[in-house]
Design a protein around this ligand. Structure first.
Ligand SMILES: Cc1ncc(COP(=O)(O)O)c(C=O)c1O
Length: 251
């Protein structure tokens, strides 16, 4: 749709290394697409919702600028990054051309994301959206929920982060499960399945039998993400059920 050819740069627990980024930006070559755009993500989902620090973000943006690239920040969870680090989202926005963030997820809207950029860019994006069938006349209903989200849901993301740390700490105490606690900076908990014969598919279906639904990070991780609906009572209940499920494997 965008006419882009993606070229992933490795991440080290969610962090791109500026030197590796510079090395990955190809010189002009008749046989290859011309590098034009750096896409960053913050927080970084696959690494467990880690926050890319502002200093590293700026270094990466500087590398991109030196090579004439434009920069898009996939900030689906930029407000989680902001609440966890105390850095205003606007500071992350300063060095990029375009940014998106989600009103759903931790901010609790049933749907909706916001795209931020120059007037000219947004006019182009509206056109592109219409062209692929994404036009919507009733967007005001979603926007109303979005306003509630922005006015009342941002500060409480800190509760989700504290709940995730609590959940992670207690999951580590269950035989067969482990969490790299260093990675739990926001509201995601990637659980390593370290017991013999434990894999993602097995754990998803086992925990389902005990009423706990989680998403998979195959081959040997599952992911839990506490949000507004998962306060301490719900988390304690989930932990009890997970403990019982894991006990059933040895019993
Ligand atoms: C990192 C990231 N980027 C982008 C998106 C897309 O969000 P939306 O479907 O609201 O545009 C998601 C949604 O899950 C996401 O997790």
């Amino acid at each position: 749709v965008a006419g882009l050819s993606p070229m992933p740069v490795p991440s080290h627990k969610g962090m791109m290394a500026p030197g590796e980024l510079a090395a990955a930006i190809r010189k002009k070559n008749l046989h290859c697409p011309v590098p034009r755009l750096l896409c960053l993500e913050n927080t970084h989902n696959r690494s467990g919702g880690r926050v890319v620090p502002l200093a590293l973000h700026r270094e990466l943006c500087a590398v991109a600028r030196d090579h004439g690239l434009r920069i898009h920040l996939d900030g689906a969870r930029i407000l989680n990054a902001s609440v966890a680090s105390g850095v205003p989202a606007a500071a992350y926005a300063e060095d990029v051309d375009t940014l998106m963030f989600c009103l759903s997820k931790g901010l609790c809207c049933p749907l909706g994301s916001v795209l931020v950029g120059s007037r000219e860019f947004i006019a182009g994006a509206n056109f592109a959206r219409r062209r692929i069938g994404g036009g919507m006349r009733q967007a005001g209903i979603i926007a109303a929920a979005g306003i509630v989200a922005l006015e009342t849901m941002v500060d409480r993301l800190a509760d989700d982060h504290a709940n995730a740390r609590y959940l992670a700490k207690h999951l580590c105490r269950i035989d067969g499960l482990d969490v790299d606690l260093e990675t739990v900076e926001t509201n995601m908990v990637n659980v390593d399945l370290v017991g013999p014969g434990l894999d993602t598919a097995r754990i998803i279906s086992l925990w389902q039998e005990y009423g706990v639904e989680v998403s998979g990070r195959p081959p040997s991780q599952v992911r839990l993400v506490p949000t507004h609906d998962h306060g301490r009572t719900v988390i304690d209940e989930a932990l009890d059920r997970i403990r019982t499920a894991m006990d059933s494997l040895v019993g």
